[in-house]
Design a protein around this ligand. Structure first.
Ligand code: TDO
Length: 184
């Protein structure tokens, strides 16, 4: 397992060690001690799984209380996965990092608490699983507008299929963010 910290502190791209043999393959996807040694002391309490069709965009989601860190993996197909830093005291506030995660490359992204998260589907179908460090609290959930010009995100698709909640996403300029990283 190789951990590469991205340009946003606390957000990591994780490359697996894949053991192939005549049966198929084996890989570790989460190992508490290895994650902790890499600086990700994440305690996961909820696992999610979604399936989406080509052109779907989910996000950019975050919870203003009960902020969630997410360990994201695409187990079928291919997605472009994005984290946006919403920590006001961070030197990279408002900046984002995106990575291709796919069934084939088996990469994972760890998006820490204090970030908004979203992805779009670039294959016919994509199934995404992710572990979360806090539970779902819909009353605290917010959606940041996926195409807010201030974010300058370069999504690899046009005219995405969105949920009504994400159609009505808010601009970063109007968004409730995280005032202090030490509260996360
Ligand atoms: C996120 C979530 C949704 N739900 C329900 C609520 C709703 O009826 C249905 C679909 O919810 P949503 O439209 O919010 O699903 P979705 O747009 O896939 O939301 C997810 O998007 C990605 C990008 C994330 O980062 C996740 O944290 C989560 O916000 O599932 C739960 O029961 N538990 C959950 O944890």
């Amino acid at each position: 397992m190789e951990f590469r910290e991205t340009a946003l502190s606390g957000m990591y791209l994780i490359l697996p060690r894949v053991f192939e043999d005549p049966r198929g393959f084996f890989m570790e996807t989460y190992h508490q001690a290895k994650f902790a040694a890499a600086g990700i002391p994440a305690d996961f309490v909820q696992d999610n799984h979604s399936r989406s069709g080509r052109g779907t965009l989910r996000g950019l989601h975050y919870q203003i209380q009960h902020a969630q860190g997410k360990l994201v993996r695409c187990v079928r197909g291919e997605i472009y996965d994005v984290g946006v830093d919403l920590r006001r005291d961070s030197p990279t506030f408002g900046q984002s990092v995106g990575e291709i995660l796919s069934e084939e490359n088996k990469r994972q992204l760890y998006v820490p608490p204090g970030f908004a998260h979203g992805f779009c589907v670039v294959s016919e179908i994509a199934e995404v699983t992710y572990k979360c460090t806090d539970l779902y609290h819909p009353e605290y959930e917010r959606s940041l507008l996926w195409n807010d010009p201030q974010l300058g995100l370069e999504w690899p698709i046009k005219d995405p299929t969105l949920s009504p909640k994400d159609e009505a996403g808010i601009l970063l300029a109007d968004a409730e963010c995280y005032e202090s990283s030490s509260d996360l």
